[in-house]
Design a protein around this ligand. Structure first.
Ligand code: CP
Ligand code: NVA
Length: 311
């Protein structure tokens, strides 16, 4: 019997030990190629002879380029398509898409409007499926964020991460990661844009130290890391209501003062300066956003290597 494919869909389905192994592999791979030309493959060519298909239902800069660069550095190849250009965009069942791609490539990354479509794709695939962002989560992003944090501040276990703003898909992946990797998560969000209660309940079942509040200062007090994200995610239609409800949750210098003196600032990007974060914070000395963006590449190489059984 062949092994079931190693999907990377959300953190609930993954062991903390797998997440730790992916993070350590990413650190080692990044260190091993320091100063190399970006197009030169890693010495072990962990994806040699393999092809990754990428399907995009939504826009992307970082995810698209980092997965493409990642496969090149792993010695593999990619095929990229916007869903609208595929028969998927004309209503072909995602299960049939899964069966076809399973005969042609070695893994699929999908950025989807609906998380259930990511799950359906995985259920009918005989190859690994990677969630490159859905309405319910962005797990690749969180591994890049934790890699960035650990590079600058050491092991995340026992540390406090404060999420301020919309309780969105990126926030949901932080909620899932907290019990798996043992960090404390403090979330400040307005009642209307609160994080998913089912995700919070599941984190609590796993003894996750996740606390929610409506007060950004309370969430940030003593934190090692402050994170935010856009107030209007792709697919959100209530732009004006969001800006109004989230305005008290802007991350500015006064709020950063409430965190630890050496706290770092993260943002998955794209950012809206003057909305969820001020210029002074995102472009200031505590901000790690460019390392964070680069680390999408390094983290994803290790996610791919894990999916291919090389970790
Ligand atoms: N952070 C992130 O996923 O960026 P993109 O939307 O540009 O891929
Ligand atoms: N929450 C944002 C993240 C973008 C990378 C969105 O879903 O649009």
């Amino acid at each position: 019997m062949s092994q079931p494919p190693r999907h990377f869909l959300d953190f609930w389905k993954l062991e903390g030990s797998d997440l730790r192994a992916i993070l350590e592999d990413a650190k080692a791979r990044k260190a091993a190629r320091l100063g190399w030309p970006r197009g030169r493959p890693d010495a072990d060519r962990a994806a040699e002879g393999r092809t990754l298909a990428m399907i995009f239902e939504k826009n992307s800069t970082r995810t698209r380029f980092s997965f493409d660069a990642a496969m090149r550095q792993l010695g593999g190849d990619v095929i990229i398509s916007n869903a609208a250009d595929m028969q998927l965009g004309r209503g072909e069942p995602i299960e049939d898409t899964a069966r076809v791609l399973s005969r042609m490539v070695d893994a699929v990354m999908i950025r989807a409007n609906r998380h259930e479509d990511v799950e359906r794709l995985a259920l009918s695939s005989t190859i690994p499926v990677i969630n490159g962002l859905s309405d319910k989560g962005h797990p690749c992003q969180i591994l890049a964020d934790l890699l960035t944090f650990e590079e600058h501040r050491g092991p995340v276990a026992g540390k406090t991460i404060a999420w301020v703003g919309d309780g969105n898909n990126v926030c949901a992946s932080f909620i899932q990661a907290a019990p798996k990797l043992g960090f404390k998560l403090r979330i400040a969000a307005p009642a209307v844009y609160y994080p998913d209660l089912a995700e919070l309940a599941r984190a609590a079942e796993l003894q996750g130290d996740v606390v929610t509040t409506h007060d950004p200062r309370e969430a940030v007090a003593g934190a090692d890391c402050v994170v935010t994200d856009t107030w209007v995610s792709m697919g959100d239609t209530d732009h004006d209501e969001r800006l109004e409800a989230l305005e008290p949750f802007q991350v500015d210098e006064a709020l950063m003062e409430e965190a630890k003196r050496d706290a770092v600032f993260l943002h998955c990007l794209p950012a809206h300066r003057g909305e969820e974060v001020t210029d002074a914070v995102i472009d200031g000395p505590q901000s790690l956003i460019w390392d964070e963006a680069e680390n999408r590449l390094h983290a994803q190489k290790s996610i791919l290597a894990w999916c291919f059984g090389a970790i």
